[in-house]
Design a protein around this ligand. Structure first.
Ligand code: UN1
Length: 486
């Protein structure tokens, strides 16, 4: 598992079950590079239903001892894994770019972010572990202590193949849960890398189990009678099905799902700053972030100038091989995803959108989508309502601040929003009026720090939020102790 490789090597895929790396005996899986589908990044057998059951049994068997391990020790494994991840950041960042398609700079950044997340949770034992309340009775105190849920299922998407798993698995582990993890089948190599770091850090057998395979394994996990909690990030459709199944079994679930995030540029904004931030928010990671900017709302007075500058700057971006350091934007995750996005763009234009910008992808493969800016005459357009999960920005104009905020709220989703203004009173009004889980003032709509809550309002999420204190809420339950001397 520690081989160094050139980019032409195909890494053998393995599952981790009860501390053993094993070959999955299910159907074969090839993880190919979306920029160059002829390049097989990793290949091997997927997990069978039996593999999943063995993994859950291993997690169950390890749960009591792991819960009894002091939190400081549990954090120690995370700290050691963080150091291993940091040492491999360039190599694994390159693999991430090849496997998922974001640029190598972003890939390395994401690997380092995973290390930062593990470091943050490694220090959890230094933080508040519970609460003490006064008692209305003499000689008594009331304590609120926390215990792990037990065996937690973790189901993660392709778009942050190591950072999202880290921000679910690290809190799950440090708060004393054991884990069965199913990553997206398009990014199994990075899942193996995170698992490898934790194994090399000395994590006891059974505490983390990795099962690689199709979405059907997710059903097996959510329906397993030994499951005590489930954390999911991915599409709204899958999230709702998992949430329904989990609710039916009385299992707590945290589901982070879709977004249709707006950037709002008011007429008093620093326009050059706003252009840069909107570019990053909309097109970095090829727009494949649940926090990406996919709607742009421009106050009428600056709209023409802003759009012209945005399209000019976007014209300077190069789309191509994500491992080429001169490239700004790589492919989307697969040819099939690209086709769907292209169909969405065509439908939007058929519904009346004006094609304000289309980037150059001549000679690139099937998984490339041109960075696209669409100006919409009305909100009756699929580019305004549907999450494309690609490099597509839908623009509308608003005469006033109030109307701009109304447009920002005109979505069933409410994950993040970016507001560009230099007027403090408008920023304060946005805090009250824009209904989102994450609001950025004068920075792009994407991005999340590990010590603060992350998640959406409205239909973007289901169940408790992630990160910081919110993670503690989800991955533990409380015992209220009425403590009186005898
Ligand atoms: C970010 O904005 O950097 O799936 C993180 C997603 C989110 C994470 C976004 N859960 O894109």
């Amino acid at each position: 598992m520690t081989e160094t490789m050139t980019h032409t090597d195909t890494v053998p895929l393995r599952l981790l079950i009860d501390g053993q790396w094993i070959d999955g005996t299910g159907a074969g899986l090839e993880s190919t590079s979306p920029a160059n589908p002829g390049h097989v990044v990793a290949a091997g057998g997927t997990a069978t239903v039996d593999n999943v059951r063995t993994a859950v049994a291993a997690a169950r068997a390890a749960a009591t001892e792991w819960a009894a391990t002091p939190m400081a020790e549990r954090g120690g494994y995370l700290a050691r894994a963080a150091a291993i991840i940091t040492a491999n950041a360039d190599a694994w960042g390159g693999e991430l770019a090849r496997e998922e398609g974001k640029t190598a700079a972003e890939g390395t950044g994401e690997v380092l972010r995973a290390a930062q997340i593990l470091s943050y949770y490694s220090a959890e034992s230094d933080r508040l572990a519970g609460e003490v309340f006064s008692s209305p009775r003499r000689g008594e105190q009331i304590l609120v202590t926390r215990k792990p849920l037990g065996v937690v299922g973790v189901i993660t998407p392709f778009n942050f193949p190591i950072a999202i798993p880290a921000w679910k698995i690290a809190p799950a582990l440090v708060f004393g849960n054991t884990v069965v993890w199913k990553p997206a089948s398009t990014v199994p190599l990075l899942a193996m890398r995170l698992t490898q770091a934790l194994v090399e850090a000395g994590l006891p057998a059974g505490v983390l189990n990795l099962v690689i395979g199709s979405g059907a394994l997710g059903n097996e996990i959510v329906n397993h009678p030994e499951l005590d909690g489930l954390t999911f990030t991915g599409s709204t459709g899958v999230g709702r099905k998992l949430a329904a199944a989990a609710a039916g079994r009385g299992v707590p679930i945290q589901a982070e799902m879709g977004g249709k995030n707006a950037s709002v540029v008011l007429e008093d904004a620093d326009l050059e700053l706003a252009v840069e931030q909107v570019l990053l928010g909309a097109f970095r990671s090829t727009g494949q972030k649940c926090t990406a900017t996919s709607r742009l709302i421009l106050q009428e007075k600056i709209a023409d100038a802003f759009l012209a500058r945005l399209c000019q700057r976007l014209g300077e971006w190069k789309t191509g091989d994500p491992t080429d350091s001169s490239v700004h934007m790589g492919p989307v995750v697969s040819g099939a995803a690209a086709e769907q996005i292209r169909a969405g763009i065509a439908a939007s234009i058929a519904q009346g959108a004006r094609l304000a910008f289309e980037g150059d992808i001549a000679g690139l493969g099937d998984a490339f989508v041109a960075p696209t800016v669409l100006e919409l005459p009305t909100g009756e357009n699929n580019a305004w309502r549907e999450e494309f999960f690609g490099p597509v920005l839908a623009v509308r104009r608003a005469p006033t601040t109030e109307q701009a905020f109304e447009l920002a709220n005109d979505s069933e989703y409410g994950l993040s929003c970016a507001l560009f203004t230099r007027d403090l009173s408008k920023a304060l009004a946005a805090m009250e009026q824009i209904d989102v889980g994450v609001l950025h003032v004068n920075s792009e709509s994407a991005g999340a720090d590990p010590h603060v809550p992350f998640g959406g309002a409205k239909k973007s999420g289901y169940g408790p939020k992630e990160q910081g204190g919110a993670a503690k809420e989800f991955f533990t339950h409380t015992t209220t102790v009425y403590l009186r001397g005898a």
